[in-house]
Structure formats: structure tokens, C-alpha cells
Design a protein around this ligand. Sequence first.
Ligand code: ARG
Length: 572
Amino acid sequence: MEEIKLKIANMIYDALNNNDINLDEIKEKIEVPKDKQNGDFSYPCFNLAKILRNSPVNIANNIKENMTIDSSISKVEVVNGFLNFYLDSNNIVNDVLSKIVSQKEKYGSTKEGEGINIIVEYSSPNIAKPFHLGHFRNTVLGKALYDLYETLGYNVTGINHLGDWGRQFGILIEGYKRFKDEYNFDKNPLEALSDIYVRINKIAKEDEVVMNQARENFKKLEQGDEELTKLWKYFREVSLKEYKRIYDLLGSRFDSYNGEAFYNDKMDEVVEILDKKGVLKDSQGAKVVEVGDNMPPCIVLKSNGSTIYATRDLAAILYRARTYDFTKCIYITATEQILHFKQVFEAAKYLVDEKYQKGLVHVAYGMIRLKTGKMSTREGNVIYINDLIEEAISKAKDILVAKNPDLDNIDEVSKKIGLGALIFNYLKTTKNREIIFDLDDSLRFDGETGPYVQYTYVRTKSILEKVGFNIEEIDNNVDYTLLKEKQEIDLIKELEKFEAIIRKAANEYEPSVLARYLIDVSVAFSRFYNECSVANISDENLKQARCVLVYATSLVIKKGLSILGIECPEKM
Ligand code: ARG
């Protein structure tokens, strides 16, 4: 899309031949008309009227007269003040399919991000607590953004800013000391720890002595007490071990697990810098930074002098600017933290250069609710992600057993489909919208689901297998002009969008753009396959051209799903 826009912009630019008008501005103005009647691209000439002192219609006609029309354009029309461009479908067909055949798995990737550093901070659960649905949404979003940027050539760093510091660890340590003998930590350490936490927290709230003990614990931990540090490390290790199992399933990658604790010794400098700049103000005993009239100030030190969550975030910004020299630092959390990040980002302007401060981005996602069912019963609304994953996989298996009992590797396929259903369900929804989660719905093989897209992939594979298609045997002599049916052209037009879709999804921090696109591709493929035979036609040249189209579809789906963290089974 970008390439064609640039081509058109160049044609207009050359025709205008005017130093006051620049190429980029022309390109920016080129639109994709809603109604295909008005062409594939359109350029409004209205803004040129002032510069050229002529009417938009005259300008449009002049441009058209002076323009050398590229062979990829079949027709240019002037309508009111617009120049409408119609693409030559033969040309798209040829361009897109030759490109896919030559680039193969690289199709859709670009190098536009080369040398640009981007941080994606995601998942970031609070250790010693189970991983719940919110973390799941966070983690799949983060993994998708990571891969979207990487596909565009950016240098991406994934950070898991673990919640591994704070007063709650003083409380947990107190509980562990008291109750540890009642639990079996070999089986499910996270559930044990979170249970202990809930118990001791209740006690501490009512008993000042216990609370003081907890405070004392945390103070000692902050000062590096050997025994308590060992305990804390143990909590962190068992938690990470459990989380990493989930990360492996989701394909999440982290280049750093530096969480809040990492900044324990890096906050003094933050306080110093803010103090030196004279922006640290007293407010009811606390030290705060004013962040404008529309928000409460950002608290840096509490009245007892201790640091808080925001202080660690400020330290992290300073550290990341120095360590990663980021152009963008993206934070993914639920919408509840919108205010927190607004305050912290505003306060950060006193800490780091403007270029870093302007690169801070908060990506917030909406709530997840369960539609009912057994998952929601266990302990209120906290559902353990392992239970959900297991249930999804086992339901996927039931469906497969019913549909295709002879399937090889049924467990492996069930795993891909169960996980695919979950992940896709989370990613197809616009991030700020609430999700009402229904497992059965997300597992349907028809409709806007992961399994539907996976199934489309499996169909492409089985067609290619049946025909004995081998991409290595394809040369440049395939006659793509034979692909003339509407369904063929429509499918190719979808495939053409892949790169632009990846860019849009990344720029808008919105993997749902890609998820929805994959549904569109699947629908276009179904329409094509309903109308056009591939295996059973005698025209060998047409068969070959259609096979390439099927191959191209399978490639785009597989790569698109993989960016989202979903694997494709070869059969299902
Ligand atoms: N641990 C926090 C939570 O579970 C999320 C951390 C988000 N990242 C940050 N830099 N504050 O709510």
C-alpha cells in the first residue's frame, strides 16, 4: 500500500513540478476511498488551490494532463476536485504474488525500524501471587507488540517489571515464618504463598504487633538482611518458575526480568535529582512532584520517608533511558493505572531528556469478565490461568476427537488449538474494550475465532499437499494474469495489505488490527475456494497460478498468527 501511494505521489509531484509543494505532503493526502467506485486511491486537490491560485478542478485536470501514468495504474479520473486512481489488477496480482514467492517467510517484514530501540514492558505480575486473567491479557498483548515491532525491524527489548518489592513482602515473610509448616511447597508453591499472604494480611490488619513485625521485616529486607533476602529470592524463584511455564506456552520473550526490587538502590538518585531541580515539594509530610492542575501530585516519598511504586517507576525510566537509549518505552497495564502513568510520565520530564520523556507510552487494556461457568466459582473471580489453559486444551481435544478421531498427535494439536482459541479471543478485541470471556465461543471452528483461522491454514496445506505443490519448483514464469476471477483478485488484495496491517497494528499498539485482518484473509480464502477449483482443473498453468495463491495465503496466515503467539497445526 505504502509503495503504491508513494508511486502515485511521485506521479503527482512530477506533474506539478513546483518547488513549493513537497512529496511527503502529497503522499500524506492520498486517501483510500470508502467506495471502490471512486477508485483504489484518491488525491484531493483542494489544498493546492491557494498555492497554485487555481480551482481544484482545473488543478486536477492539469495534473492529469501532465502526468506520466505508471503501468500499475489502469485509469485516472477527475471527479470534482479529486484525482481518482484505479489500480490495474493484473499488475497487483503479479506484484503481490511475485513478491511473496521471492520473499517467502520474509514477506510482511521490513527494515524500517533498524537502529531504533523500543522497549515493551509487559506481563509484570506481582510475585507470590497467582497469574490471573488480567495478566494473561497483558502478556498476550505484550508478546504481540514485541513481535509486531520486531517484524518491522526495530530493536526490541522485552522487560518484565516484576512486582517483587514493597511492604507486602514484609507481610508475606511474617506469614511464611508462622505458617510454612502447614503447606506443601513442592506441589503448588504459588497457591501456598498466596494463601499464606491472604491469611497473614487479615491478621496484620487487626493486630498492630504483627503489622509492626511485617514493617520491621521489610525494613531489614531493604537493608539487605541476609536471611530475609534468601527468603525473598526463594519467593521470586518459585514464582518465576511458574510464570515461565506460561510464558513458554504463549511464546512470550523477556530480555530482562528486572522488577521493582532492582530499583531499590537506584531511587536515592531520583530523589536527589528532583530535589536539586527544586521540584520536590512538601505535602502533608510527604515529598511530591506537582504534575499540573488536572492531576493529584506524584508522590515520591511517603511521610515516613519510604519510597513507593511510583518512585521505582521513576528510577526505571532513568535507568532505561541510560541503558537502552529507547525511542519508545511502552508500558502495558490495565486501565486502573492510567492516572499512575500520567503522573509518572509527567514527573519524568525532570529526570530525563525530552526525547525519552516523549517516548513514554502507556497502553491500557480493559477488564475481563467471565461469562459464568465453573472457572469463575473458584475463589470469587480469581481464576487460575493454569486451570483455564487446561480446560481450553481438553475442550479442544473433545472437539477434535469428535471431528477427526484418526488425527495423529492429537494432544499436540489440541494444545495448539486450545491455546490459539484463548489467545485469539483476547487479541481480536480492541484493547480498551472489556472482554466477556466465553471459552466455548472462542473454540468454535466457524466465526471469528483462532481455530477458524487455524483451520483455514490447515485447508491451504491440505490443498497444496493434494496437488503435490512445491514452492521450490516455482520460477518466475508462472502466468498470474490467469487469475481473473473476482474472488481471486479480492484475496490477492487482502494479501497485499499484510505489511501495512502490521505497521498499523504496531503504530496503534493494537494487535486486534492484525487479528481482524487474519479473519478477513480467511473469509476471502473461503470465498475463493468455494468458487475456484485448484486441484481438479486441467489447465496446468491456471492450476499453478492458483496454487501460488493458496501458498501465499497459507504463508500470510501462519506468519500473522505467529506474531500473535499462535501456532498452526498442519492437520486438524
Ligand atoms: N506489577 C504491577 C501490577 O500487577 C504492574 C506493573 C506495571 N509496570 C510498571 N512499570 N509500573 O499491577
